[in-house]
Design a protein around this ligand. Structure first.
Ligand code: NAD
Length: 340
């Protein structure tokens, strides 16, 4: 039976990345019935909103979605569609694995980190206003016991289910005593129920330094929304960059898979960006569906092509203007070939 999946191509480089990913996923032999839904800057004129209600209804009905990145105007304009989807559908845990792959030169070999980011509140609640226009503005940062508890619990359950040894709570509770203090306190309380998993905590600035110098000391990291956004990009940089960093947004009933990176608009339509992050997000989706063997075939295909180093996009070549770099679709073709 085919899996009915909401497929959101997004905008910018999203449509070409999602197309490459769809081809790779179909090459596993798993059957999909794609429910394609439009969202993002490109559909504003057509629907009067970048997030038509039909998109949300589709995910609610299908329970699982795969999404390309969507542009958010900087400083003005509509609020983030990506954040709205996570919040409205209560996809509270944003899981962002960062794993080294042979063929990508990095400072630290053999890394295998997972950032679990709280996905529904914190500064991302976007509660802000001008106090005096152009002079002072205020943003309100909400941290609740409920959201902290379920995301930390998710991190521990993830650690247990995936044979992980340690969970680190990341915070700034020395300065933000009420909000991050609550997050840390809740994390300590949840940790007490998981004596089989080691637990510690780090202040976020020190965490960033330690991830650059001694990343092997860490395993699963759980943190409030904005820290998770920043630290997961840092972790992607440790393993080869945004082009190879997949992500999953998980709720109790619904799940949406998307790369960590954004719409990289300057490359839109150029068949240039790396499809790996979106393809590996597809592999995370296959695992979520229980298709472990198919997920492994995709991951092995990606690993083979990257280790080989010939059919990879510019970001995985020694220099950005390497003339031997291939395009998005050609790298996807190579992955499909490597999976046969
Ligand atoms: P970005 O992730 O789009 O791109 C930053 C840089 O990373 C690019 O210029 C490029 O050098 C590199 N990069 C990103 N994806 C790559 C890929 N697949 N292959 C190779 N290199 C890649 O971040 P940005 O420029 O800060 O944001 C662009 C837009 O995307 C903004 O509107 C932002 O709000 C949005 N955004 C969306 C999401 C999402 O859809 N979930 C996430 C982050 C940013």
């Amino acid at each position: 039976m085919a899996y009915r999946i909401t497929l959101i191509p997004g905008d910018g480089t999203g449509p070409e990345l999602v197309e490459a990913t769809r081809r790779v996923l179909e090459a596993t032999g798993v059957q999909f019935d794609w429910d394609v839904q439009e969202a993002g800057a490109d559909v504003m004129d057509k629907y009067g909103t970048p997030l038509p209600e039909a998109v949300l209804d589709s995910v609610r009905a299908n329970k699982v979605g795969l999404k390309g990145p969507i542009t958010t105007p900087v400083g003005t304009g509509f609020r983030s569609v990506n954040v709205a989807i996570r919040k409205i559908l209560d996809l509270y845990a944003n899981v962002r694995p960062a794993r080294s792959m042979a063929g990508i030169p990095v400072c630290h070999e053999g890394l295998d980190l997972v950032v679990v980011r709280e996905n529904t509140e914190g500064l991302y609640a976007g509660i802000e206003h001008d106090v005096i226009p152009d002079e002072a503005a205020e943003s309100i940062r909400i941290i609740t016991r409920k959201a902290s508890e379920r995301v930390v619990r998710y991190a521990f359950e993830y650690a247990r289910a995936n044979g992980r040894r340690k969970v680190t709570a990341v915070h700034k509770a020395n300065i933000l005593k009420a909000t991050d203090g609550l997050f840390l306190r809740v994390a300590e309380q949840v940790a007490a129920a998981y004596p089989d998993i080691e637990f510690n905590d780090r202040i976020v600035d020190n965490m960033c330094m330690q991830l650059v110098q001694r990343p092997h000391e860490y395993d699963v990291l759980v943190m409030p929304n904005l820290y998770g956004d920043i630290v997961s990009d840092l972790c992607s940089g440790l393993v080869g960059g945004l082009g190879v960093a997949p992500g999953a947004n998980i709720g109790d009933e619904l799940a949406m898979f998307e790369p960590v990176h954004g719409s990289a608009p300057k490359y839109a339509g150029k068949n240039r960006v790396n499809p790996t992050a979106t393809i590996l997000s597809g592999a995370l989706m296959l695992r979520h569906l229980g298709e472990q063997a198919a997920a492994k075939r995709v991951e092995d295909g990606v690993a083979k092509v990257i280790a080989d180093g010939r059919y990879v996009t510019y970001d995985l070549k020694p220099t950005r203007d390497d003339p031997t770099a291939v395009g998005t679709q050609e790298m996807a073709d190579a992955i499909v070939d490597a999976m046969q």
